[in-house]
Design a protein around this ligand. Structure first.
Ligand code: GLC
Length: 490
């Protein structure tokens, strides 16, 4: 691929910035409240059917937008976005504590969609989990503890934790959700305990606990009342939960060549408290493609654990988040990056990165997706390629390299080349293909059959890749969570 020269590169970066600031960010009462998912079709010549809800402000699509605004020093926009989401946190009996999937401005009022309008009525758990994470990242970056200890923020955190930390039928520390509760918001057999939700749960408990700690620590002990009692209780409960969750994910989700061989030799039909095969998983559920996918050194977190029905598919975002939030250890991160490199042709291909691997095909596609034509094999969520995912990988890899100098991966030349090639693909193809939402086919060379164009997270994702690789790699620490040892009350 021919390399784009510096002047052209700068023009593309400037173009992306102007699309974000001038076309995507939405103003209400003179202040930005977030970016719409895509630029409306009315403003460009692209003939598809309706815009559906792509003009709305999705919390998940705004994650890269907000992280970019933070590294760009636009703190007030991020704070205003967080405040706007907080105003929309549900206080209804059945959904109390939930943040909306998306919201939109109707006659100068923000109207939320908690799933009651979404296609297929899926509920968006990830948006709810992202809010405390983004709130924590904002406070870490800006030092704005005054915002963190505001009554409204602390009440919002309390409502969020009430939603998560309550008695349930199950004893395992994962959050059990229906199909399509996150970025993959259509039936894809991602119900139960999908990885992305668990990694977000971990980070949201950690972020929420840290923000509560800030509040408790600036009050003196004489200020104890019902509210602070609940704060203390939730803090202790959340930190205990996240520690259990991490152990659980490492035990049940992490696989490599060695762990698979242990899994393959476990007995089945066991009963009792200490057994080897808790979820009664049969050897036939372990797919053959795994052998080549893992190789000698690769490792990753599998997609889901359910009684008798593990999901060995590789989900890119959940794995990147597992590394970014240090759920997996530095050595495991090394194996994860080795796996990315080994499967470069699949995951990066001609448009990084593939959302999950392998796709559901034939009978599985028919039964599991319910004949979903948007999710045909190699399309959209079902093995499609999403440029908005690359920045997560770049951030995970750079922070690994910064934090774990002593554990040099030994393949850093290959990674440098991989990152540079991916960046060049973006520079050449994204402006050409109008910053499309996703790409189809095993190599990702075709624009997604139903892809929207001028998509906010494609544009913000590109700006973050550029920022992390070319402007300030040390910003790869922006999503660092507090160390577990710091999560203690004085
Ligand atoms: C689609 C995607 C979802 C995204 C939304 C807005 O519904 O599946 O992940 O948030 O579009 O871009």
């Amino acid at each position: 691929m021919t390399k784009i020269n510096n002047i052209k590169e700068q023009n593309i970066v400037d173009l992306a910035k102007s699309l974000l600031f001038e076309k995507l960010l939405v103003r209400l009462d003179g202040q930005f409240v977030g970016a719409s998912a895509a630029i409306s079709k009315k403003s460009h010549n692209f003939h598809l059917d309706k815009d559906l809800n792509y003009g709305e402000i999705f919390i998940r699509d705004n994650v890269p937008v907000m992280i970019y605004l933070l590294v760009d020093g636009k703190y007030e926009i991020v704070r205003h976005f967080l405040d706007s989401c907080l105003q929309l946190q549900s206080i209804e009996f059945q959904t109390r504590g939930i943040f909306p999937t998306s919201f939109t401005d109707v006659d100068n009022h923000l109207i939320a969609d908690y799933g009651q309008k979404a296609i297929g009525r899926v509920c968006s758990v990830d948006a709810t989990l992202w809010w405390p994470i983004l709130a924590y990242i904002y406070v870490q970056r800006t030092g704005d503890e005054v915002w963190a200890i505001k009554k409204e923020v602390q009440i919002g955190l309390q409502r969020f934790l009430e939603l998560i930390l309550h008695p349930q039928f199950r004893d395992s520390p994962t959050l059990y959700v229906p199909d399509g509760a996150f970025m993959i918001d259509r039936p894809m057999d991602v119900w139960g305990n999908p990885l992305e939700i668990q990694t977000l749960l971990y980070a949201s408990l950690s972020g929420a606990a840290s923000l509560i700690k800030m509040d408790l620590e600036q009050k003196d002990s004489t200020q104890s009342n019902d509210f602070t009692e609940i704060q203390r209780h939730q803090f202790n409960y959340a930190t205990a939960w996240l520690k259990r969750l991490r152990r659980y994910l490492l035990t049940h989700y992490w696989v490599n060549n060695q762990t698979i061989q242990v899994l393959r030799r476990r007995p089945t039909e066991e009963y009792g408290a200490s057994i080897a095969n808790e979820y009664n998983i049969q050897i036939e559920t372990i797919p053959h493609w795994l052998q080549d996918w893992l190789g000698d050194n690769g490792g990753y977190l599998i997609g889901n654990i359910r009684t008798g029905r593990p999901d060995f598919r590789f989900f890119t975002l959940g794995n990147c988040l597992g590394a970014i939030f240090d759920i997996i250890s530095p050595l495991q991160q090394r194996s994860l990056f080795a796996l990315f490199l080994r499967n470069r042709r699949s995951l990066f291909a001609q448009m990084p990165l593939r959302i999950c691997h392998p796709p559901l095909e034939s009978k599985d596609w028919r039964l599991i997706t319910g004949f979903d034509r948007k999710n045909l094999p190699w399309c959209y969520h079902n093995g499609g390629h999403w440029p908005c995912l690359l920045w997560f990988f770049v951030l995970a890899l750079l922070r690994y390299q910064n934090h774990c100098d002593g554990l040099s991966i030994n393949v850093s030349d290959s990674f440098e080349e991989l990152l540079e090639e991916s960046y060049q693909v973006f520079l050449v193809r994204l402006p050409q293909q109008q910053w499309a939402e996703y790409f189809d086919g095993p190599t990702g060379i075709w624009i997604g059959q139903q892809a929207r164009v001028y998509q906010a997270w494609t544009i913000a994702g590109f700006l973050l890749v550029h920022h992390l690789l070319k402007v300030n790699p040390s910003d790869s620490s922006i999503m660092d969570l507090p160390k577990l040892s710091a999560l203690k009350l004085n």
